[in-house]
Design a protein around this ligand. Structure first.
Ligand SMILES: C[S@@+](CC[C@H](N)C(=O)[O-])C[C@H]1O[C@@H](n2cnc3c(N)ncnc32)[C@H](O)[C@@H]1O
Length: 475
């Protein structure tokens, strides 16, 4: 039975709350913001993009895909200049100039020629100029819940009232006090019309802001192409079983309908229904025309979309991540570990599972997670990772943990105090030698180890450091 509830997080993106685990899947302060700040910004993408031809990413616990979506948005925005210049018609003209190709199609009808030519253009490697590398991203997404994976690209992100104002009002008006007063008043009015969370969920999650949505940083927005690219990948992965009966029922459910974007559903249905039927070329082009023109708005965008799509190879592995990982033989540049908190999903924080991640991280790769706990950090240390912290420049706080095989990849290493904390009982890790134990068994085993351990407890450790006045000196 479905045990989760949708709700609007403070930045206008949709989050999930699990009744069974009494836990949120996403920060109530902003699901999209969290993805950017804990996973995308610490990825040092500026050092990888346009340097490596292929960048491999492992998204462990894809859920509804915010980490992958934010990454894709970053990549598309980063290539915006290139995408603009990469007009399909310019490419066709370029192709026609190439004699070799013209000869190749000599024996075909004009129609056949065009189709084959288009296909070839779309499958050739992206190269903007000889000196500049356009990196392609291979993203492997691991997730146990097929339903979440299927609906992930169909969910809306609401545009917050503040964002609407910043789009429609010219920037120079910001310097007038009266502008801010009017904006505040209009904002309050618009908030009344903005989607509301159900009272139960607001109270449950202590959503004090009551839909007083925060302004989402402009660069944090999910790029309009991302969901379409994901739908295409999912339609390929699930084939005609993508939007099955159960999924259709879910997205049409009265309570849930307001969380889904009709245009994305329409596109997904098109991709599923039409792709695997034998239809005439004429119909195919008519359909493409409708879909892309409706939802991507114009021919230029379609060319841009196709080029953006070529930047990604997204593969889904819908299974227990402990099993799925064994079939992956890549070396990843980035690993996003976004499992539920360790007491809820100990199987994904065990020494043995982290060891599998270590094996698959490239020598200069980075693993990122939101957790700051001594247990998680010690499990990483036990696996020979160099461990550090994720620093949020906006808030001046540490908001997660990074791990790498190369010390140079760590900007904010753990302090002596934090390493010491890892060596207390709080740092005792979970064990799952066969990568198949039941989560309660994993919890039970650790509890036993905890009770019988000779190590200091974390509070004893803190007290001892405080009495020596050492807590702060190495922070
Ligand atoms: C905190 S949520 C991840 C949120 C996600 N990154 C997003 O952007 O929506 C944790 C996810 O882990 C998944 N999960 C739980 N146990 C798992 C397992 N053993 N293998 C793979 N995924 C698992 C859950 O279904 C859930 O979607």
């Amino acid at each position: 039975m479905r045990d989760y509830e949708f709700y609007y997080t403070q930045d206008g993106s949709i989050g999930l709350y699990s009744y069974a685990d009494d836990d949120v899947y996403h920060s109530k302060f902003g699901a999209v913001t969290e993805a950017w700040e804990k996973f995308i910004l610490p990825s040092k993408l500026d050092k990888l993009i346009n340097v490596n031809e292929e960048i491999k990413v492992l998204d462990v616990c894809y859920g509804i895909g915010y980490n992958t979506k934010a990454l894709m948005s970053y990549v598309i925005n980063n290539n915006e200049k290139f995408l603009k210049s990469e007009n399909i018609f310019k490419k066709i003209i370029k192709k026609f100039k190439n004699k070799k190709h013209t000869l190749q199609y000599n024996n075909e009808s004009i129609d056949g020629n065009n189709i084959k030519l288009k296909k070839e253009i779309l499958s050739e490697p992206i190269e903007s100029s000889k000196e500049e590398v356009i990196s392609k991203f291979k993203i492997d997404c691991l997730e146990i819940n097929s339903e979440l994976v299927k609906i992930s690209p169909l969910l809306k992100t609401i545009i917050t009232p503040q964002e609407i104002f910043s789009r429609i009002c010219p920037k120079f008006l910001d310097c007038f006090d009266s502008y801010w007063t009017i904006r505040k008043k209009l904002s309050r009015l618009a908030l009344k019309l903005a989607p509301k969370n159900k009272r139960g969920i607001s109270e449950l999650l202590d959503l004090k802001f009551n839909n007083d949505y925060d302004e989402l940083d402009y660069e944090y927005r999910i790029h309009e192409f991302v969901n379409y690219i994901l739908i295409d990948s999912l339609a390929d992965y699930y084939k005609d079983n993508y939007l099955d009966k159960a999924t259709k029922k879910l997205i049409r459910k009265r309570n849930f309908r307001r969380f889904f974007a009709p245009s994305l559903i329409k596109y997904a249905l098109f991709r599923q229904d039409k792709r695997y039927k034998i239809i005439s070329k004429l119909n195919l082009f008519a359909n493409l025309h409708n879909i892309y023109y409706d939802h991507l708005s114009n021919r230029y965008k379609k060319a841009k979309f196709k080029t953006a799509q070529k930047l990604f190879n997204i593969r889904f592995h819908v299974n227990d991540a402990r099993k799925a990982i064994l079939d992956l033989n890549e070396q990843y540049d980035l690993i996003y570990l976004d499992a539920f908190t360790f007491s809820k999903a100990p199987e994904l924080w065990s020494v043995e599972f982290i060891a599998e991640l270590y094996r698959r991280l490239s020598p200069r790769g980075i693993l990122m997670t939101y957790s700051n706990s001594a247990l998680v950090r010690n499990t990483l240390l036990e696996n020979n990772f160099y461990v550090g912290k994720i620093f949020n420049e906006k808030t001046g706080k540490y908001i997660g943990t990074v791990a790498a095989k190369d010390k140079a990849m760590i900007d904010y290493p753990l302090s002596n105090y934090e390493v010491g904390l890892c060596n207390t009982r709080a740092g005792i890790p979970y064990r799952d030698p066969s990568l198949s134990l039941d989560k309660y068994e994993i919890l039970k085993r650790r509890e036993y180890e905890f009770k019988t351990s000779d190590l200091m407890t974390s509070s004893q450790y803190m007290r001892s450091r405080m009495s020596k006045n050492e807590e702060e000196d190495d922070e």
